[in-house]
Design a protein around this ligand. Structure first.
Ligand SMILES: NC(=O)c1ccc[n+]([C@@H]2O[C@H](COP(=O)([O-])OP(=O)(O)OC[C@H]3O[C@@H](n4cnc5c(N)ncnc54)[C@H](O)[C@@H]3O)[C@@H](O)[C@H]2O)c1
Length: 337
């Protein structure tokens, strides 16, 4: 039986962040009641699109207890966490608390309140450097960043504690998430931006030089990535929820990628074309610790199980990101919590 939205309350941790806010909006449109937990360390209250907001920290169990006592939660999307590759090496303790302890707390409290379904935001960073492409769910797991390690440890905690009997869980390994829902004033709010495309867009709009790391083992020497639009991603999450009951396995891992990959230099060209910027200054530098040369997803399993295929093109995603960035630059004051 497929899950229906009537009277169902869904909890989204990290629901004031980039992906969580898009997911909140979609689940609301599908008539779910949406509860959001966010400590606003990164996310913004402005992006809250649910029914009820709790400023709470997933690493603090007493704060979670209140949310679970006050709401009859049907399923959890666990997105909250820290996700900067380089920072994760320098702030291991913080990543351990937010990503690992936070996930452990969510598992424990979900079990205590007998919440049956848990869908977790993992990352392609669990794969690290691979030799064979595209990367499937069975490819070897060798994270090269501490961030990637925290995601792998979290997946294992879920597998160990949330995969038997009554409990069902899905870990979604995201590749690079792009785009915005500009019409509904949703997009990425990291300040300063942490992902490559938002960094480039901001700099190119501001007519500042951009930096391309160019010692990757790829054709044009810049990193190659698989990009997926945040709106396509939200839809995949919704389909997980809708179909989780029909999936025979109690624990499942799915790659969410598009298999359409681009080099960073190709992405820069597209951005310049969309912004109509002819002259940009490019500084070349070396890749950072923890950055693989290529990340290309094999998303066949998600296609098969969810009946889902990403539809939004990279050009459309980039255009929406440019509109979002321009909106943010014009409305700087709005983005203070
Ligand atoms: N964006 C991507 O390309 C990408 C790729 C792979 C995996 N992911 C994962 O997806 C999830 C969502 O990513 P995003 O891009 O929306 O990130 P984001 O930073 O925009 O959102 C994360 C949200 O979690 C909140 N948060 C952080 N620590 C918290 C804590 N201890 N308690 C409560 N709230 C906390 C932040 O305030 C933020 O609003 C993250 O777990 C991230 O690791 C993202």
């Amino acid at each position: 039986m497929q899950i229906k939205s009537k009277n169902k309350t869904i909890l989204i941790t990290g629901g004031c962040g980039f992906i969580g806010s898009h997911l909140s909006l979609l689940l609301k449109k599908k008539n779910f009641r949406v509860i959001v937990i966010d400590n606003l360390s990164i996310g913004k209250k402005l992006l809250f699109k649910g029914d009820r907001f709790y400023k709470a920290d997933i690493s603090k169990k007493n704060q979670l207890e209140k949310v679970f006592k006050e709401n009859n939660i049907f399923a959890i999307f666990h997105l909250a966490g820290l996700s900067k590759l380089t920072e994760s090496f320098k702030k291991k303790k913080s990543y351990k608390i937010n990503n690992i302890k936070g996930t452990q707390n969510i598992i424990e409290i979900a079990k205590k309140y007998k919440i049956r379904y848990l869908i977790f935001s993992s990352s392609a960073s669990v794969y690290g450097k691979q030799k064979k492409f595209p990367i499937s769910e069975n490819s070897p797991l060798k994270p090269i960043s501490y961030y990637g390690k925290t995601k792998l440890i979290s997946e294992n905690l879920i597998k160990k504690n949330f995969s038997k009997g009554y409990f069902k869980s899905i870990c979604l390994r995201y590749f690079n998430v792009v785009g915005s829902n500009y019409k509904n004033k949703l997009g990425e709010v990291h300040n300063p931006p942490i992902h490559l495309i938002p960094i480039f867009i901001k700099k190119i709009i501001e007519k500042k030089p951009i930096e391309i790391r160019s010692n990757f083992k790829t054709k044009d020497k810049s990193g190659v990535r698989d990009y997926i639009d945040v709106n396509d991603m939200a839809l995949a999450h919704y389909l997980c929820l809708k179909k989780i009951n029909k999936i025979r396995k109690n624990f499942l891992i799915l790659n969410l990628g598009s298999k359409k990959y681009f080099s960073v230099k190709e992405i820069v060209k597209t951005i310049c074309k969309k912004i109509k910027s002819k002259k940009i200054k490019i500084l070349y530098s070396k890749k950072l610790r923890g950055e693989p040369d290529k990340l290309i997803a094999n998303g066949q399993l998600a296609n098969k199980i969810l009946g889902w295929k990403p539809k939004i093109s990279i050009e459309r995603s980039i255009l929406n990101m440019i509109l979002w960035e321009k909106y943010k630059l014009k409305n700087k004051k709005k983005f203070v919590n």
